[in-house]
Design a binder for this molecule. Structure first.
Ligand code: PXL
Length: 273
């Protein structure tokens, strides 16, 4: 059984970050520890006057204690990071990885061409430092462009996607999974590049014209669970894309529910059937 630690915020309300990652990874039979980076009343997408308790100062002590206890992990999964000092802690947490352990970075910081409201360019720069050390990264198109210091492009060709994948892999990671790729109307999906084999893998599904917060976290949690369960890359992309579409479909009928996706029933159906 794999053991993972996820480093991201606790958004107490809003179906994102740790409240998404924990149940999904657990449902896949992965032992999951958390290194919370902050406690927010809600996520920062659409709620006004959210509260935030920063946990930067506590994080190194937690990691030191784990180290003293001899605790080891098969993977570190990082998500939304709101304070640049935490990137050093993330790098230091790598000492807890087993020999074959993976640093998996979801640079959750932007979407639709814009940084999330509470973030700035220093976070992008910090995110680059952990991307350089990562084994796997899962950016969306906006995050990919920002990591590379490029303008976000709304329309693009296949060559542009291949160029992004190549440049991101050149930063360090051996597997890049780019999300939110759409070459034709009505279809959207993910494209992966494995630097070691040179293999490009794509999976596309129906595009629903409604966007929700937290879908990136749902995608990454499923993909990471499948990676740890040693699925092949096509299965990883298919599982994550299909799961997100099902979650959006479940959420659509409830128009008052715009802050996240109703992933819980979809997860329950996956397990119980
Ligand atoms: O889902 C990404 C995310 C995570 N954590 C916080 C956020 C967001 C997106 O807005 O605000 C606090």
């Amino acid at each position: 059984m794999s053991k993972i630690v996820t480093i991201q915020d606790i958004s107490c309300y809003g179906q994102c970050s740790i409240t998404v990652a924990l149940p999904i990874l657990s449902a896949y039979g992965i032992e999951t520890a958390i290194l919370p980076s902050a406690i927010l009343s809600t996520h920062t997408g659409g709620f006004k006057d959210f509260t935030c308790l920063d946990l930067t100062a506590e994080m190194p002590s937690i990691v030191d204690h784990w180290d003293k206890e001899g605790i080891k992990y098969d993977a570190i999964y990082t998500g939304y990071i709101g304070d640049t000092r935490q990137f050093e802690t993330i790098r230091s947490t790598r000492r807890l990885l087993n020999d074959e352990g993976l640093l998996i970075v979801d640079p959750a910081m932007a979407d639709h061409g814009k940084l999330y409201v509470a973030l700035n360019d220093d976070i992008v720069e910090g995110m680059r430092t952990i991307v350089r050390e990562a084994d796997v990264i899962l950016p969306n198109l906006t995050e990919a462009a920002f990591l590379l210091g490029q303008e976000y492009q709304e329309t693009y060709s296949k060559d542009y996607i291949l160029e992004l994948l190549n440049k991101l892999a050149a930063m360090g990671p051996r597997l890049v999974i780019l999300t939110g790729v759409s070459y034709e109307e009505g279809r959207i999906g993910a494209v992966a590049y494995n630097k070691e084999t040179g293999e490009i893998t794509e999976y596309f599904t129906e595009k629903i014209e409604r966007s929700y917060h937290g879908t990136g976290d749902v995608f990454s949690s499923i993909a990471i669970a499948e990676i740890l369960n040693k699925k092949d890359i096509y299965e990883i992309l298919k599982s994550a894309c299909d799961f997100v579409v099902k979650c959006i479909r479940k959420t659509l009928p409830d128009e008052s529910h715009g802050y996240g996706v109703k992933f819980e029933r979809v997860l329950a159906e996956k397990i119980i059937g």
